[in-house]
Design a protein around this ligand. Sequence first.
Ligand code: CDP
Ligand code: CDP
Length: 218
Amino acid sequence: NSNIPVITIDGPTASGKGTVAHKVADRLGFHLLDSGALYRLTALSALRRGTDLRDEHALAKVAEHLPVRFNGGHIYLGTEEVSNAIRQEEVGNTASKIAALPAVRQALYGLQLSFRETPGLVADGRDMGTVIFPGAQLKVFLTASVEARAQRRYKQLIDKGFSANMDDLLADLQTRDARDTQRAVAPLVPAEGAHILDTSQMTADEAVEQVLAWYAHP
Ligand code: CDP
Ligand code: CDP
């Protein structure tokens, strides 16, 4: 199915990947892969089962047998709706730790490929353009200043009813950026041929228009 078009949107945390990917997919009528959600689901599942977070093999097993279901904008683990639960900072932090383990990434590989269905796919994450869909028709690397990203994350958490502290968030973002860019497997780097888009001074809708323009006029 390598003829089915794919647009990859990679970038650091809170750069707007999820928001932009969702809107671009809507506009084109494409499927959506939120790959970060798979790492978050693995983290949530491991935290709940009390899986030893240093046991790579056990974590890969959790990833391989995720009873996950995507339905509209909702994400289910078994019968439970976990769309909000996976957005907690603790879950994001654990996700970023276990995402450094090769066996966990390998366990989620096939599941990610299966999202490539007609008429097309928009995939967001860290390694969509570098590892999972290296042959993508369009690759975008979204970024924004760490301050802009912390501000966005703060607002998102408050809007979801979670408490948040700006200083903690900033520190957290920097730790997560470092971990994602410095890990040995699938580190966060712009893919070869990726368009780089700094959205610090842009609205999400402006970013969406830019991505659609690149797709229409390669
Ligand atoms: O929302 P945010 O950008 O913070 O994170 P996410 O996209 O939901 O992903 C959560 C964590 O999973 C990230 O910190 C990454 O370490 C990891 N991840 C990854 O390693 N590869 C991907 N393709 C997507 C996420
Ligand atoms: O997926 P990722 O962690 O990269 O970011 P997100 O979950 O899409 O969060 C980005 C937040 O910033 C959302 O609340 C957006 O409405 C907002 N935002 C954006 O995505 N893009 C901009 N250019 C400006 C704000």
